[in-house]
Design a protein around this ligand. Sequence first.
Ligand SMILES: [Cu+2]
Length: 500
Amino acid sequence: MSKNTRREFFSGVASVGTGLVAANAAAAQHEHEGAQNQSGPQTRQVRASAPKSAAKEDAAEAMTSGGDFLPVETPDLPKLPYRMVDGVKEFQLIAEPVTTEFLPANQWSAPRFVDAWGYNGSVPGPAIEVHQGDRVRIVFENRLPEMTAVHWHGLEVPMEMDGVPGIGQDPVMPGGRYVYEFTVHQHGTFFYHSHFPMQEMLGMIGLFIIHPKEPYRPKVDRDFAWILQEWAILPNNTVPNTLSMEFNWLTLNGKAGPATTPVLAKQGERVRLRFVNLGMDHHPMHLHGNTWVVTGTEGGRIPESAWEPGNTVLVGVAQARTVEFEAKYIGDWMLHCHLPHHMMNQMVSMVGPMSHAGHGVHTGLGMQEGMGIVRRGSALSEELGPGLGRGLGETANRERPTTILVGQAQDAQQDHAQHEHGAQDKMVPGFPQDMWMTMDDEVAKPETYGLRPTWTGAMMGMMTLVRVLPPALYDKIMELKKQEPKEKKPAGQPPVHEHK
Ligand SMILES: [Cu+2]
């Protein structure tokens, strides 16, 4: 969309927005542009390391924050800018296909793009950040090839604003628009999402943070928020399989470890972490080396008398959890989902074995057998079963005699492993063959400065780091961030799509 077109669209909708909302007619707000489907390859945007927002060009004249408060930080995710129109915070939210990358290209893998759906060029969508008491207007446009709507999860808004097609409004058709407007009287960690389940599994969710009128006590010095998502991406596919029940990519704000950007605090600061989950699984989020208190749910702030200490909080589907802790201990502390299969990248029986370039399948059988493609008998038979998915048992031992170590320190570690363990693993049937893949250089950025070399080997799936830093190191990283180029170069080019 050219800048001009966007301006025209924006000013047009903004001027009719207020009157129509007051007039209650859901159907009237719904400007359907009929056969003129604006979605398609021409609207495709690639989200590389620096997310691009369709509204970004206007960001200079819009605002993302205001007043005396601590803005929430959303690592790897942009915020949705707004402009004040007659005392209303007006946002422009666009649902559209987004090509994204969970991990940059690295020595094990060519660029791997994912065709997800999101908002304003970002998946998950950009974070909306407002204040308790604000009047909010969201001018919504659908550039998807099918109908959608936006549900404001947990917000106490009129039913016509609740975003459920059929119940409170008509679906917003491709090319159509809808204006949402309401006053936020709550505060806490909320989110928006499509109310179509398959669209949810394609990525259509975003944070909706509401700051309280009276600041929470004790005040925090850092405030971070993440959206937890899971994806099923079959071999040679770029489109998430929305029907799958097993997931091979787990992301925090649209990135998988080690591409998740670490968050930073200075020793002694009080830190708030917010998590939102929308997927098929619950995620027990765990922080190393520290003890937090759970201070909020998807319903807002918990009274202090009911705060619970812990280091793991279960973030159930459709829930939000907020925790706070004093960053007393210097260190690079892991923050991750503790489901073992969520601590991996491309972990799935049908995908993992075929995705390790140069090493073939794990399982001791050919690729076809590993995929369950057999000419005789059953893929789950005694002979072939171990070849289906990740290998276990004698077959694996026979064909894959040592633990595979790959990484920047590969040769030395491999030699060591051969020498030390080459004989032992023969004696241990069914060892699980964990992976160790480092890519320090590929994900290097100011926030990773000073981490121990090979740190990326420990980071996969739904993982990031909370770095509690001594002042000197913190200042050094801030200095590096200032020198960072504003627009990062994408790690690769997206594949050419010829779906005409
Ligand atoms: Cu999990």
